[in-house]
Design a protein around this ligand. Structure first.
Ligand code: 5GP
Ligand code: ZN
Length: 138
């Protein structure tokens, strides 16, 4: 399903031009217009999903297969030293386009890309309690 006024629905449908690197019935992968590094790809499902929680099981499984396939090509083609696979859900997590997408970001030794956080610590017992609470709900 398409969502009105969604830029990635329009790109996926070919209504807005993009530098497409891969397309099948369910997904399109394009070069990011403002890349973190050369070769930054985003993989977009053709059906609108706001975020990871909206994907079907098949979409969720398939996106990683596509990510690995394109990622391998990027590694060889760009001769990069690494690759970040990431995706953001919710504004607080850095999502700016609210149609699910997965980023593939080629990494080079000493590049200027920053994907980082400051480590924190659990208080005594908190980690086990949290793990138990999550496990019980799955
Ligand atoms: P987010 O911050 O939501 O995880 O990532 C959105 C990404 O989409 C950004 O990296 C941004 O550069 C990219 N983007 C936004 N609009 C367009 C567009 O019209 N075309 C392309 N190719 N990429 C876009
Ligand atoms: Zn959409």
């Amino acid at each position: 399903m398409k969502k009105d006024e969604c830029i990635f629905c329009k790109i996926a449908a070919g209504e807005i031009p993009s530098a497409c690197v891969y397309e099948d019935d369910d997904f399109k992968a394009i070069l990011d217009i403002s890349p973190a590094s050369k070769g930054h790809v985003i993989i977009i499902p053709k059906n609108h999903a706001d975020n990871i929680f909206d994907l079907t099981k098949d979409e969720a499984a398939k996106v990683f297969v596509i990510a690995a396939n394109i990622g391998k090509i990027l590694m060889n083609e760009l001769n990069c030293d690494g690759l970040n696979v990431l995706q953001n859900n919710g504004a607080a997590a850095g999502q700016t386009v609210f149609h699910f997408h997965m980023h593939l970001i080629p990494r080079f030794e000493n590049d200027k890309v920053k994907i980082t956080w400051t480590s924190t610590k659990y208080i005594e017992g908190e980690m086990d309690q949290l793990a138990k609470a999550i496990k019980e709900k799955l």
